[in-house]
Design a protein around this ligand. Structure first.
Ligand code: NI
Length: 173
C-alpha cells in the first residue's frame, strides 16, 4: 500500500469541514478505513481523521494504546467511525494534554468533556450509539474536531509546549 503523507497544520483540508460518507460499503471507503488504522498505528497516534491523510470525508479512527507518544494511554481495539455525531456530553470540562500528528512538535493543554455519547455508522453501515469517558472521550472529541476543520490549537490551549518541554515537564513530573 502506498505510504500516505500526514498533512500538516496550514493545509486547507485540515481547516474545512469534511463531507458525509454516502456509501459505507464502497470499496474506496472500506480501503480508506483500513488505511487510516494502519497509518495511525504506524505513526504512533491514538487517533486519526481522514482529512489528515488528504481525504475530506467524515471518517475517523480511535486507536488508543500505550506508545512512546502516549505512554499511559489505555488499550483498545481500533474503532472506525463513519459520519460520527456527538449527541450528548456531560461533566465539567477537564484539562488534558493533547498532541496531533498534523501539529508537529506541539502539545497543548485542552479542555474536553469527560463523558460523551456518539452516534456513528460502523464499517458494515450499522448505526451505533456508544459512550466514551476520559482519555478515549478526549480522543474522539479531538478527531471529531478534525472532521469539522478544527485543530486542538483552535480550542484555546491553556498551555502550549514543545515535545521536548512536554517530555521534561509533564511526562517526567
Ligand atoms: Ni489531530
Amino acid at each position: 500500500m502506498a505510504t500516505r503523507t500526514i498533512l500538516q497544520c496550514g493545509h486547507p483540508l485540515l481547516h474545512q469541514p469534511a463531507q458525509p460518507v454516502l456509501a459505507v460499503d464502497a470499496a474506496e471507503v472500506q480501503a480508506l478505513a483500513q488505511e487510516l488504522v494502519q497509518v495511525c498505528l504506524e505513526a504512533q497516534g491514538v487517533g486519526l481523521a481522514a482529512p489528515q491523510i488528504g481525504v475530506p470525508w467524515q471518517i475517523l479512527v480511535v486507536a488508543s494504546r500505550p506508545n512512546p507518544r502516549y505512554p499511559t494511554a489505555p488499550t483498545m481495539a481500533p474503532l472506525v467511525m463513519i459520519n460520527p455525531e456527538i449527541t450528548a456530553t456531560a461533566g465539567e470540562p477537564v484539562w488534558g494534554w493533547e498532541g496531533c500528528l498534523s501539529v508537529p512538535n506541539r502539545r497543548g493543554l485542552v479542555a474536553r468533556a469527560p463523558w460523551i455519547q456518539v452516534r456513528y455508522l460502523d464499517l458494515q453501515g450499522r448505526e451505533m450509539t456508544q459512550e466514551f469517558t476520559d482519555f478515549v472521550a478526549r480522543i474522539v472529541q479531538h478527531e471529531y474536531d478534525h472532521l469539522q476543520g478544527r485543530l486542538f490549537l483552535d480550542r484555546r490551549p491553556q498551555r502550549l509546549l514543545s515535545e521536548a518541554e512536554y517530555r521534561a515537564q509533564v511526562l517526567r513530573a
